[in-house]
Design a protein. Structure first.
Length: 564
Protein backbone atom coordinates (compact mmCIF):
# COMPACT_ATOMS: atom_id res chain seq x y z
CA UNK A 1 0.00 0.00 0.00
CA UNK A 2 0.94 3.65 -0.38
CA UNK A 3 1.89 5.03 3.04
CA UNK A 4 3.10 8.57 2.31
CA UNK A 5 3.64 10.97 -0.55
CA UNK A 6 5.52 14.29 -0.60
CA UNK A 7 5.02 16.79 -3.42
CA UNK A 8 7.12 19.92 -3.92
CA UNK A 9 6.77 22.64 -6.55
CA UNK A 10 4.45 20.65 -8.80
CA UNK A 11 2.12 22.99 -10.73
CA UNK A 12 0.35 25.14 -8.09
CA UNK A 13 1.44 22.89 -5.21
CA UNK A 14 4.36 24.37 -3.31
CA UNK A 15 4.68 21.73 -0.62
CA UNK A 16 2.33 18.93 0.44
CA UNK A 17 3.02 15.89 2.59
CA UNK A 18 0.25 13.29 2.70
CA UNK A 19 -0.26 10.25 4.89
CA UNK A 20 -2.49 7.44 3.70
CA UNK A 21 -4.07 4.38 5.26
CA UNK A 22 -5.87 1.25 4.17
CA UNK A 23 -9.24 1.42 2.49
CA UNK A 24 -11.15 3.88 0.34
CA UNK A 25 -9.79 7.44 -0.11
CA UNK A 26 -11.62 10.30 -1.80
CA UNK A 27 -10.28 13.66 -2.95
CA UNK A 28 -12.80 16.47 -3.33
CA UNK A 29 -12.73 20.18 -3.97
CA UNK A 30 -13.94 22.90 -6.28
CA UNK A 31 -13.28 22.63 -9.98
CA UNK A 32 -9.76 23.90 -10.68
CA UNK A 33 -8.59 23.46 -7.09
CA UNK A 34 -5.84 21.06 -8.16
CA UNK A 35 -7.28 17.63 -7.49
CA UNK A 36 -5.83 16.26 -10.71
CA UNK A 37 -2.33 17.33 -9.61
CA UNK A 38 -2.37 14.61 -6.94
CA UNK A 39 -3.15 12.10 -9.68
CA UNK A 40 -0.42 13.65 -11.85
CA UNK A 41 2.04 13.08 -9.00
CA UNK A 42 1.06 9.42 -8.72
CA UNK A 43 1.33 9.09 -12.49
CA UNK A 44 4.89 10.44 -12.38
CA UNK A 45 5.80 8.05 -9.57
CA UNK A 46 4.48 5.18 -11.67
CA UNK A 47 6.66 6.13 -14.66
CA UNK A 48 4.43 8.55 -16.56
CA UNK A 49 5.97 11.10 -18.90
CA UNK A 50 7.05 14.41 -17.42
CA UNK A 51 7.12 17.96 -18.75
CA UNK A 52 8.81 21.21 -17.76
CA UNK A 53 5.32 22.74 -17.62
CA UNK A 54 4.62 20.68 -14.49
CA UNK A 55 7.29 22.59 -12.52
CA UNK A 56 5.86 25.42 -10.42
CA UNK A 57 6.60 28.82 -11.92
CA UNK A 58 9.78 30.32 -10.49
CA UNK A 59 11.10 26.97 -9.17
CA UNK A 60 14.14 25.11 -10.44
CA UNK A 61 12.62 21.68 -10.05
CA UNK A 62 9.62 19.69 -8.89
CA UNK A 63 9.93 16.54 -6.81
CA UNK A 64 7.61 13.73 -5.81
CA UNK A 65 8.48 11.06 -3.29
CA UNK A 66 6.27 8.08 -2.47
CA UNK A 67 6.67 5.50 0.29
CA UNK A 68 5.18 2.04 -0.31
CA UNK A 69 4.82 -1.02 1.89
CA UNK A 70 4.55 -4.16 -0.26
CA UNK A 71 4.25 -7.73 0.98
CA UNK A 72 6.94 -10.32 0.27
CA UNK A 73 6.28 -12.42 -2.82
CA UNK A 74 4.69 -9.55 -4.74
CA UNK A 75 5.81 -9.39 -8.42
CA UNK A 76 7.32 -5.93 -7.89
CA UNK A 77 10.27 -7.48 -6.02
CA UNK A 78 11.16 -9.62 -9.06
CA UNK A 79 10.93 -6.53 -11.23
CA UNK A 80 13.33 -4.69 -8.92
CA UNK A 81 15.76 -7.62 -8.92
CA UNK A 82 15.82 -7.64 -12.74
CA UNK A 83 16.79 -3.96 -12.64
CA UNK A 84 19.61 -4.68 -10.19
CA UNK A 85 17.98 -2.61 -7.44
CA UNK A 86 18.69 -3.66 -3.88
CA UNK A 87 15.39 -4.04 -2.06
CA UNK A 88 14.23 -5.92 1.03
CA UNK A 89 10.54 -6.91 1.34
CA UNK A 90 10.91 -6.40 5.09
CA UNK A 91 11.56 -2.70 4.46
CA UNK A 92 9.75 0.12 2.69
CA UNK A 93 10.01 0.90 -1.01
CA UNK A 94 10.80 4.55 -1.79
CA UNK A 95 10.36 6.07 -5.24
CA UNK A 96 11.56 9.61 -5.96
CA UNK A 97 11.01 11.55 -9.17
CA UNK A 98 12.43 14.98 -10.00
CA UNK A 99 11.66 17.23 -12.99
CA UNK A 100 13.77 20.31 -13.69
CA UNK A 101 12.48 23.54 -15.19
CA UNK A 102 14.36 22.52 -18.37
CA UNK A 103 12.27 19.36 -18.58
CA UNK A 104 14.96 16.88 -17.50
CA UNK A 105 13.69 14.04 -15.34
CA UNK A 106 15.55 11.78 -12.91
CA UNK A 107 14.13 8.81 -11.02
CA UNK A 108 15.39 6.86 -8.03
CA UNK A 109 14.15 3.69 -6.37
CA UNK A 110 15.52 3.19 -2.88
CA UNK A 111 18.15 5.78 -3.74
CA UNK A 112 19.36 4.01 -6.91
CA UNK A 113 19.03 5.79 -10.25
CA UNK A 114 16.74 4.16 -12.82
CA UNK A 115 15.72 5.19 -16.32
CA UNK A 116 12.12 5.91 -17.25
CA UNK A 117 11.44 2.45 -18.69
CA UNK A 118 12.77 0.86 -15.50
CA UNK A 119 10.59 3.08 -13.34
CA UNK A 120 7.58 2.25 -15.49
CA UNK A 121 8.22 -1.50 -15.22
CA UNK A 122 8.13 -1.13 -11.42
CA UNK A 123 5.30 1.42 -11.32
CA UNK A 124 2.91 -0.74 -13.31
CA UNK A 125 3.01 -3.24 -10.43
CA UNK A 126 2.25 -0.54 -7.84
CA UNK A 127 -0.34 1.89 -9.22
CA UNK A 128 -3.21 1.53 -11.67
CA UNK A 129 -4.71 4.89 -12.64
CA UNK A 130 -8.04 4.99 -14.41
CA UNK A 131 -9.36 8.27 -15.75
CA UNK A 132 -12.29 9.20 -17.92
CA UNK A 133 -10.18 8.96 -21.07
CA UNK A 134 -9.44 5.32 -20.28
CA UNK A 135 -13.06 4.49 -21.08
CA UNK A 136 -11.80 4.44 -24.66
CA UNK A 137 -9.64 1.39 -23.93
CA UNK A 138 -12.85 -0.61 -23.59
CA UNK A 139 -13.64 0.25 -27.20
CA UNK A 140 -10.35 -1.20 -28.47
CA UNK A 141 -11.28 -4.74 -29.39
CA UNK A 142 -7.60 -5.75 -29.55
CA UNK A 143 -7.39 -5.17 -25.78
CA UNK A 144 -10.25 -7.54 -24.96
CA UNK A 145 -8.19 -10.69 -25.52
CA UNK A 146 -5.57 -9.35 -23.09
CA UNK A 147 -8.24 -8.78 -20.43
CA UNK A 148 -9.64 -12.28 -20.91
CA UNK A 149 -6.20 -13.93 -20.72
CA UNK A 150 -5.32 -11.95 -17.61
CA UNK A 151 -8.54 -13.03 -15.91
CA UNK A 152 -7.99 -16.68 -16.82
CA UNK A 153 -4.21 -16.81 -16.32
CA UNK A 154 -4.41 -19.99 -14.24
CA UNK A 155 -6.21 -21.97 -16.97
CA UNK A 156 -5.18 -20.07 -20.11
CA UNK A 157 -1.56 -19.23 -19.20
CA UNK A 158 0.04 -22.71 -19.52
CA UNK A 159 -1.77 -23.47 -22.81
CA UNK A 160 -0.92 -20.04 -24.21
CA UNK A 161 2.76 -20.37 -23.37
CA UNK A 162 2.88 -23.78 -25.04
CA UNK A 163 1.16 -22.31 -28.09
CA UNK A 164 3.58 -19.35 -28.20
CA UNK A 165 6.57 -21.72 -28.28
CA UNK A 166 4.98 -23.74 -31.10
CA UNK A 167 4.09 -20.59 -33.03
CA UNK A 168 7.64 -19.23 -32.72
CA UNK A 169 9.05 -22.56 -33.98
CA UNK A 170 6.63 -22.52 -36.93
CA UNK A 171 7.54 -18.90 -37.71
CA UNK A 172 11.26 -19.72 -37.78
CA UNK A 173 10.75 -22.69 -40.11
CA UNK A 174 8.40 -20.70 -42.36
CA UNK A 175 11.01 -17.96 -42.62
CA UNK A 176 13.67 -20.50 -43.64
CA UNK A 177 11.36 -21.92 -46.32
CA UNK A 178 10.69 -18.47 -47.78
CA UNK A 179 14.36 -17.54 -47.76
CA UNK A 180 15.28 -20.77 -49.53
CA UNK A 181 12.56 -20.28 -52.12
CA UNK A 182 13.34 -16.61 -52.75
CA UNK A 183 17.11 -17.01 -53.00
CA UNK A 184 17.23 -20.20 -55.08
CA UNK A 185 17.46 -18.42 -58.49
CA UNK A 186 20.21 -16.06 -57.37
CA UNK A 187 22.02 -18.92 -55.65
CA UNK A 188 22.08 -21.01 -58.84
CA UNK A 189 23.82 -18.11 -60.58
CA UNK A 190 26.46 -18.19 -57.85
CA UNK A 191 26.96 -21.95 -58.03
CA UNK A 192 29.97 -21.92 -60.41
CA UNK A 193 31.61 -19.05 -58.54
CA UNK A 194 31.22 -20.82 -55.19
CA UNK A 195 32.66 -24.04 -56.62
CA UNK A 196 35.70 -22.18 -58.01
CA UNK A 197 36.30 -20.36 -54.72
CA UNK A 198 36.01 -23.54 -52.64
CA UNK A 199 38.43 -25.37 -54.97
CA UNK A 200 40.91 -22.47 -54.94
CA UNK A 201 40.96 -22.19 -51.15
CA UNK A 202 40.83 -25.88 -50.26
CA UNK A 203 43.58 -26.77 -52.75
CA UNK A 204 45.87 -24.34 -50.90
CA UNK A 205 45.46 -26.49 -47.75
CA UNK A 206 45.73 -23.51 -45.44
CA UNK A 207 46.25 -23.80 -41.73
CA UNK A 208 45.26 -21.16 -39.23
CA UNK A 209 48.28 -19.03 -38.23
CA UNK A 210 50.37 -20.51 -41.03
CA UNK A 211 51.34 -17.12 -42.48
CA UNK A 212 52.81 -15.90 -39.19
CA UNK A 213 54.93 -19.05 -38.69
CA UNK A 214 56.17 -18.94 -42.33
CA UNK A 215 57.23 -15.31 -41.98
CA UNK A 216 59.20 -16.20 -38.86
CA UNK A 217 60.90 -19.13 -40.63
CA UNK A 218 61.67 -16.98 -43.70
CA UNK A 219 63.29 -14.37 -41.50
CA UNK A 220 65.64 -17.00 -40.02
CA UNK A 221 66.51 -18.65 -43.35
CA UNK A 222 67.14 -15.33 -45.09
CA UNK A 223 69.58 -14.36 -42.32
CA UNK A 224 71.16 -17.78 -41.72
CA UNK A 225 74.69 -16.67 -42.69
CA UNK A 226 74.58 -13.67 -40.39
CA UNK A 227 73.15 -15.72 -37.54
CA UNK A 228 75.85 -18.39 -37.96
CA UNK A 229 78.77 -15.96 -38.17
CA UNK A 230 77.79 -13.87 -35.19
CA UNK A 231 76.99 -16.86 -32.95
CA UNK A 232 80.31 -18.50 -33.95
CA UNK A 233 82.23 -15.32 -33.13
CA UNK A 234 80.45 -15.06 -29.80
CA UNK A 235 81.37 -18.65 -28.94
CA UNK A 236 85.01 -18.10 -29.84
CA UNK A 237 85.20 -14.95 -27.76
CA UNK A 238 83.77 -16.71 -24.72
CA UNK A 239 85.28 -20.18 -24.97
CA UNK A 240 88.09 -20.06 -27.47
CA UNK A 241 89.87 -16.88 -26.38
CA UNK A 242 92.57 -16.69 -23.72
CA UNK A 243 90.80 -13.59 -22.50
CA UNK A 244 87.45 -15.29 -22.24
CA UNK A 245 86.32 -18.12 -20.04
CA UNK A 246 89.92 -19.27 -19.40
CA UNK A 247 90.86 -15.92 -17.90
CA UNK A 248 87.83 -15.94 -15.60
CA UNK A 249 88.73 -19.50 -14.48
CA UNK A 250 92.23 -18.38 -13.59
CA UNK A 251 90.82 -15.42 -11.66
CA UNK A 252 88.58 -17.75 -9.66
CA UNK A 253 91.60 -19.93 -8.85
CA UNK A 254 93.66 -16.92 -7.70
CA UNK A 255 90.86 -15.83 -5.36
CA UNK A 256 90.55 -19.36 -4.01
CA UNK A 257 94.28 -19.44 -3.19
CA UNK A 258 94.07 -16.34 -0.97
CA UNK A 259 90.63 -17.12 0.46
CA UNK A 260 91.99 -18.52 3.77
CA UNK A 261 93.88 -15.26 4.42
CA UNK A 262 90.76 -13.06 4.56
CA UNK A 263 87.68 -15.31 4.37
CA UNK A 264 85.15 -12.75 5.66
CA UNK A 265 85.68 -10.37 2.74
CA UNK A 266 86.92 -12.73 0.04
CA UNK A 267 84.27 -15.50 0.47
CA UNK A 268 81.36 -13.56 -1.16
CA UNK A 269 83.64 -12.22 -3.94
CA UNK A 270 84.94 -15.68 -4.74
CA UNK A 271 81.37 -17.15 -4.80
CA UNK A 272 80.17 -14.43 -7.15
CA UNK A 273 83.16 -14.95 -9.51
CA UNK A 274 82.67 -18.71 -9.43
CA UNK A 275 78.94 -18.37 -10.25
CA UNK A 276 79.78 -16.04 -13.14
CA UNK A 277 82.24 -18.63 -14.47
CA UNK A 278 79.61 -21.40 -14.42
CA UNK A 279 76.92 -19.17 -16.02
CA UNK A 280 79.26 -18.00 -18.77
CA UNK A 281 80.35 -21.57 -19.41
CA UNK A 282 76.68 -22.64 -19.75
CA UNK A 283 75.98 -19.70 -22.09
CA UNK A 284 78.96 -20.73 -24.26
CA UNK A 285 77.54 -24.26 -24.65
CA UNK A 286 74.11 -22.84 -25.62
CA UNK A 287 75.71 -20.53 -28.20
CA UNK A 288 77.57 -23.48 -29.68
CA UNK A 289 74.38 -25.57 -29.90
CA UNK A 290 72.48 -22.67 -31.51
CA UNK A 291 75.27 -22.23 -34.08
CA UNK A 292 75.27 -25.91 -34.94
CA UNK A 293 71.46 -25.91 -35.46
CA UNK A 294 71.40 -23.05 -37.96
CA UNK A 295 70.02 -24.30 -41.29
CA UNK A 296 71.24 -23.21 -44.71
CA UNK A 297 68.37 -24.24 -47.06
CA UNK A 298 67.83 -22.07 -50.17
CA UNK A 299 65.25 -24.53 -51.52
CA UNK A 300 63.16 -24.22 -48.34
CA UNK A 301 63.43 -20.45 -48.54
CA UNK A 302 62.14 -20.48 -52.13
CA UNK A 303 59.24 -22.72 -51.10
CA UNK A 304 58.31 -20.39 -48.24
CA UNK A 305 58.34 -17.34 -50.47
CA UNK A 306 56.09 -19.07 -53.01
CA UNK A 307 53.77 -20.21 -50.22
CA UNK A 308 53.53 -16.69 -48.81
CA UNK A 309 52.74 -15.36 -52.30
CA UNK A 310 49.88 -17.88 -52.55
CA UNK A 311 48.54 -16.84 -49.16
CA UNK A 312 48.84 -13.15 -50.05
CA UNK A 313 46.82 -13.75 -53.23
CA UNK A 314 44.06 -15.49 -51.26
CA UNK A 315 44.08 -12.75 -48.61
CA UNK A 316 43.45 -10.11 -51.25
CA UNK A 317 40.34 -12.00 -52.35
CA UNK A 318 38.87 -13.58 -49.26
CA UNK A 319 40.07 -12.05 -46.01
CA UNK A 320 42.75 -10.20 -44.11
CA UNK A 321 44.05 -13.30 -42.30
CA UNK A 322 44.25 -17.03 -42.92
CA UNK A 323 41.57 -17.46 -40.22
CA UNK A 324 39.27 -15.11 -42.17
CA UNK A 325 39.85 -17.10 -45.37
CA UNK A 326 39.05 -20.38 -43.59
CA UNK A 327 35.87 -18.88 -42.11
CA UNK A 328 34.83 -17.65 -45.54
CA UNK A 329 35.34 -21.04 -47.21
CA UNK A 330 33.30 -22.69 -44.44
CA UNK A 331 30.41 -20.29 -45.15
CA UNK A 332 30.44 -20.77 -48.92
CA UNK A 333 30.74 -24.54 -48.50
CA UNK A 334 27.52 -24.37 -46.51
CA UNK A 335 25.96 -22.18 -49.21
CA UNK A 336 27.18 -24.57 -51.89
CA UNK A 337 25.78 -27.53 -50.02
CA UNK A 338 22.48 -25.69 -49.64
CA UNK A 339 22.30 -24.88 -53.37
CA UNK A 340 23.34 -28.35 -54.55
CA UNK A 341 20.85 -29.99 -52.20
CA UNK A 342 18.22 -27.25 -52.34
CA UNK A 343 15.34 -29.45 -53.40
CA UNK A 344 16.01 -32.01 -50.69
CA UNK A 345 16.44 -29.35 -48.04
CA UNK A 346 13.33 -27.51 -49.21
CA UNK A 347 11.30 -30.70 -49.03
CA UNK A 348 12.64 -31.41 -45.55
CA UNK A 349 11.85 -27.86 -44.39
CA UNK A 350 8.37 -28.05 -45.91
CA UNK A 351 7.74 -31.29 -44.00
CA UNK A 352 8.90 -29.57 -40.80
CA UNK A 353 6.69 -26.59 -41.66
CA UNK A 354 3.60 -28.78 -42.08
CA UNK A 355 4.33 -30.59 -38.81
CA UNK A 356 4.85 -27.29 -37.00
CA UNK A 357 1.68 -25.87 -38.53
CA UNK A 358 -0.33 -28.89 -37.45
CA UNK A 359 0.89 -28.40 -33.89
CA UNK A 360 0.08 -24.67 -34.04
CA UNK A 361 -3.45 -25.47 -35.23
CA UNK A 362 -3.93 -28.07 -32.52
CA UNK A 363 -2.71 -25.79 -29.74
CA UNK A 364 -4.61 -22.80 -31.15
CA UNK A 365 -7.82 -24.84 -30.93
CA UNK A 366 -6.99 -25.97 -27.40
CA UNK A 367 -6.27 -22.37 -26.44
CA UNK A 368 -9.57 -21.25 -27.96
CA UNK A 369 -11.50 -23.96 -26.12
CA UNK A 370 -9.84 -22.92 -22.88
CA UNK A 371 -10.76 -19.29 -23.53
CA UNK A 372 -14.37 -20.26 -24.24
CA UNK A 373 -14.66 -21.82 -20.80
CA UNK A 374 -13.06 -18.83 -19.08
CA UNK A 375 -15.15 -16.40 -21.15
CA UNK A 376 -18.38 -17.81 -19.74
CA UNK A 377 -17.10 -17.39 -16.20
CA UNK A 378 -15.86 -13.84 -16.87
CA UNK A 379 -19.17 -12.83 -18.44
CA UNK A 380 -21.02 -14.24 -15.42
CA UNK A 381 -18.85 -12.29 -12.98
CA UNK A 382 -19.22 -9.07 -14.97
CA UNK A 383 -23.00 -9.45 -15.01
CA UNK A 384 -22.94 -9.97 -11.23
CA UNK A 385 -20.79 -6.86 -10.76
CA UNK A 386 -23.10 -4.82 -13.02
CA UNK A 387 -26.09 -6.04 -11.05
CA UNK A 388 -24.51 -4.52 -7.95
CA UNK A 389 -24.15 -1.28 -9.94
CA UNK A 390 -27.89 -1.14 -10.71
CA UNK A 391 -27.58 -2.49 -14.23
CA UNK A 392 -29.76 -5.50 -13.35
CA UNK A 393 -31.10 -6.14 -16.82
CA UNK A 394 -27.72 -5.98 -18.52
CA UNK A 395 -26.54 -8.90 -20.62
CA UNK A 396 -22.83 -9.33 -21.23
CA UNK A 397 -21.02 -11.75 -23.49
CA UNK A 398 -17.38 -12.42 -24.24
CA UNK A 399 -17.58 -13.41 -27.88
CA UNK A 400 -14.73 -15.51 -29.26
CA UNK A 401 -14.32 -15.99 -33.01
CA UNK A 402 -11.82 -18.64 -34.10
CA UNK A 403 -10.01 -18.00 -37.42
CA UNK A 404 -8.15 -21.11 -38.53
CA UNK A 405 -6.22 -19.19 -41.19
CA UNK A 406 -5.15 -16.22 -39.07
CA UNK A 407 -2.69 -17.36 -36.44
CA UNK A 408 -0.77 -14.83 -34.42
CA UNK A 409 1.22 -14.68 -31.23
CA UNK A 410 -2.05 -14.73 -29.23
CA UNK A 411 -3.56 -17.65 -31.13
CA UNK A 412 -6.31 -17.65 -33.74
CA UNK A 413 -9.01 -15.97 -31.65
CA UNK A 414 -10.66 -12.61 -31.94
CA UNK A 415 -12.20 -11.63 -28.62
CA UNK A 416 -14.82 -8.93 -28.26
CA UNK A 417 -16.96 -7.82 -25.34
CA UNK A 418 -20.64 -7.44 -26.24
CA UNK A 419 -23.33 -5.84 -24.10
CA UNK A 420 -27.04 -5.19 -24.02
CA UNK A 421 -27.84 -2.61 -21.37
CA UNK A 422 -31.62 -2.66 -21.84
CA UNK A 423 -34.11 -5.54 -22.16
CA UNK A 424 -35.10 -6.33 -25.73
CA UNK A 425 -31.96 -4.86 -27.26
CA UNK A 426 -29.50 -7.18 -29.03
CA UNK A 427 -25.96 -7.65 -27.83
CA UNK A 428 -23.73 -5.01 -29.40
CA UNK A 429 -20.14 -3.82 -29.21
CA UNK A 430 -19.23 -1.71 -26.20
CA UNK A 431 -18.54 1.22 -28.52
CA UNK A 432 -22.26 1.34 -29.27
CA UNK A 433 -23.13 2.23 -25.67
CA UNK A 434 -24.27 5.84 -25.67
CA UNK A 435 -24.35 6.50 -21.94
CA UNK A 436 -21.14 7.63 -20.26
CA UNK A 437 -22.60 6.47 -16.97
CA UNK A 438 -23.03 2.95 -18.31
CA UNK A 439 -19.48 2.84 -19.61
CA UNK A 440 -18.20 4.08 -16.22
CA UNK A 441 -20.00 1.26 -14.47
CA UNK A 442 -18.80 -1.36 -16.97
CA UNK A 443 -15.23 -0.19 -16.44
CA UNK A 444 -15.66 -0.24 -12.65
CA UNK A 445 -17.07 -3.75 -12.87
CA UNK A 446 -14.04 -4.89 -14.87
CA UNK A 447 -11.63 -3.16 -12.51
CA UNK A 448 -13.35 -4.82 -9.55
CA UNK A 449 -12.80 -8.22 -11.11
CA UNK A 450 -9.25 -7.66 -12.27
CA UNK A 451 -8.15 -6.12 -8.98
CA UNK A 452 -8.47 -9.65 -7.58
CA UNK A 453 -6.00 -11.10 -10.08
CA UNK A 454 -3.47 -8.39 -11.01
CA UNK A 455 -2.23 -7.80 -7.41
CA UNK A 456 -1.76 -4.05 -7.94
CA UNK A 457 -1.98 -2.47 -4.45
CA UNK A 458 -3.09 1.07 -5.43
CA UNK A 459 -6.10 1.68 -7.68
CA UNK A 460 -6.97 5.25 -8.68
CA UNK A 461 -10.25 6.45 -10.24
CA UNK A 462 -10.15 9.97 -11.66
CA UNK A 463 -13.78 11.18 -11.83
CA UNK A 464 -15.03 7.90 -13.30
CA UNK A 465 -18.41 8.65 -11.71
CA UNK A 466 -18.99 11.58 -14.07
CA UNK A 467 -22.39 11.32 -15.73
CA UNK A 468 -24.08 9.27 -13.02
CA UNK A 469 -26.32 10.23 -10.13
CA UNK A 470 -28.89 8.88 -7.71
CA UNK A 471 -28.94 5.11 -7.18
CA UNK A 472 -26.18 4.55 -9.75
CA UNK A 473 -23.88 6.94 -7.89
CA UNK A 474 -24.61 5.15 -4.61
CA UNK A 475 -23.91 1.80 -6.25
CA UNK A 476 -20.57 3.04 -7.59
CA UNK A 477 -19.64 4.29 -4.13
CA UNK A 478 -20.47 0.96 -2.53
CA UNK A 479 -18.56 -0.91 -5.23
CA UNK A 480 -15.40 1.17 -4.68
CA UNK A 481 -15.75 0.70 -0.94
CA UNK A 482 -15.92 -3.08 -1.35
CA UNK A 483 -13.03 -2.96 -3.78
CA UNK A 484 -10.91 -1.19 -1.15
CA UNK A 485 -11.07 -4.25 1.09
CA UNK A 486 -8.45 -5.87 -1.15
CA UNK A 487 -6.40 -2.83 -2.20
CA UNK A 488 -6.11 0.89 -1.61
CA UNK A 489 -8.65 2.81 -3.68
CA UNK A 490 -8.38 6.53 -4.46
CA UNK A 491 -11.16 8.46 -6.16
CA UNK A 492 -11.48 12.05 -7.29
CA UNK A 493 -15.17 12.77 -7.14
CA UNK A 494 -17.79 15.52 -7.18
CA UNK A 495 -20.52 13.22 -5.83
CA UNK A 496 -21.39 13.31 -2.12
CA UNK A 497 -22.76 9.76 -2.43
CA UNK A 498 -19.25 8.58 -3.24
CA UNK A 499 -17.42 10.84 -0.78
CA UNK A 500 -19.47 9.73 2.22
CA UNK A 501 -18.44 6.09 1.71
CA UNK A 502 -14.72 6.88 2.05
CA UNK A 503 -12.48 5.74 4.88
CA UNK A 504 -10.29 8.83 4.38
CA UNK A 505 -11.39 12.16 2.91
CA UNK A 506 -8.99 14.82 1.54
CA UNK A 507 -10.14 18.30 0.62
CA UNK A 508 -8.09 20.12 -2.04
CA UNK A 509 -8.45 23.90 -2.12
CA UNK A 510 -6.59 27.00 -3.26
CA UNK A 511 -5.31 29.91 -1.21
CA UNK A 512 -3.53 33.09 -2.25
CA UNK A 513 -1.31 35.64 -0.55
CA UNK A 514 -2.16 38.29 -3.11
CA UNK A 515 0.80 37.44 -5.32
CA UNK A 516 0.94 33.64 -5.61
CA UNK A 517 -1.63 30.87 -5.62
CA UNK A 518 -1.14 27.78 -3.47
CA UNK A 519 -2.94 24.44 -3.46
CA UNK A 520 -3.42 22.85 -0.07
CA UNK A 521 -4.62 19.38 0.90
CA UNK A 522 -6.50 18.86 4.16
CA UNK A 523 -6.93 15.42 5.70
CA UNK A 524 -10.45 15.96 7.03
CA UNK A 525 -11.61 14.93 10.47
CA UNK A 526 -15.23 14.08 11.23
CA UNK A 527 -16.39 17.72 11.39
CA UNK A 528 -14.40 18.62 8.32
CA UNK A 529 -16.04 15.81 6.38
CA UNK A 530 -19.50 17.00 7.35
CA UNK A 531 -18.78 20.54 6.16
CA UNK A 532 -17.24 19.32 2.90
CA UNK A 533 -20.18 17.01 2.21
CA UNK A 534 -22.54 19.89 2.98
CA UNK A 535 -20.68 22.04 0.45
CA UNK A 536 -20.96 19.31 -2.14
CA UNK A 537 -24.67 18.98 -1.44
CA UNK A 538 -25.59 22.65 -1.25
CA UNK A 539 -23.06 24.44 -3.41
CA UNK A 540 -21.48 27.70 -2.21
CA UNK A 541 -23.69 28.22 0.84
CA UNK A 542 -23.59 25.71 3.67
CA UNK A 543 -26.79 25.72 5.72
CA UNK A 544 -28.01 23.88 8.75
CA UNK A 545 -30.12 21.70 6.49
CA UNK A 546 -27.17 20.68 4.32
CA UNK A 547 -25.07 20.03 7.40
CA UNK A 548 -27.81 17.81 8.83
CA UNK A 549 -28.16 16.04 5.51
CA UNK A 550 -24.39 15.51 5.37
CA UNK A 551 -24.40 14.01 8.87
CA UNK A 552 -27.20 11.66 7.90
CA UNK A 553 -25.32 10.57 4.79
CA UNK A 554 -22.21 9.79 6.83
CA UNK A 555 -24.22 7.86 9.42
CA UNK A 556 -25.93 5.81 6.71
CA UNK A 557 -22.61 5.21 4.96
CA UNK A 558 -20.93 4.04 8.16
CA UNK A 559 -23.86 1.72 8.85
CA UNK A 560 -23.70 0.32 5.33
CA UNK A 561 -19.93 -0.22 5.51
CA UNK A 562 -20.28 -2.06 8.80
CA UNK A 563 -22.67 -4.51 7.13
CA UNK A 564 -20.58 -5.13 3.98
Amino acid sequence: MLLEMSIRNLAVIESVHLHFRKGFHVLTGETGAGKSIIIDALTLVAGGRSSAELVRYGSEKASIEALFQIEAGHPVWSSLEELGIEADPEEHLIIRREITSQGKSTSRINGQLVNLSGLKSVGEWLVNIHGQHEHQSLFHVDEHIRWLDLFGETEIGPVKREYEQAFQAYTRIRKSVKELEETSKQSLQMLDLYRFQVEEITSAQLKSGEDESLLEEKRKLANAEKLFQHSADAYDLVYGSSKGLDSIGKAVQKLQDILPLDPDKLQPIWEQAQNAFYQLEDAAYQIRDYRDDIEFNPARLDFIEQRLDTIASLRRKYGETVADILNYVTQIQQELDLIENKDEKLQELQKQEQAALSRVRLLARQLSDCRQQVAERLAGEIVAELRDLHMEKTQFKVQISFHDDAWGSDGADQVEFLISANPGEPLRALSKIASGGEISRVMLALKSIFARVDRIPVLVFDEVDTGVSGRAAQAIAEKMSRLSRGCQVFSITHLPQVACMADAHYRIHKTTDGERTYTQVDDLNADGRIHELARMLGGVEVTGTTLQHAQEMLDLANDKKSRM
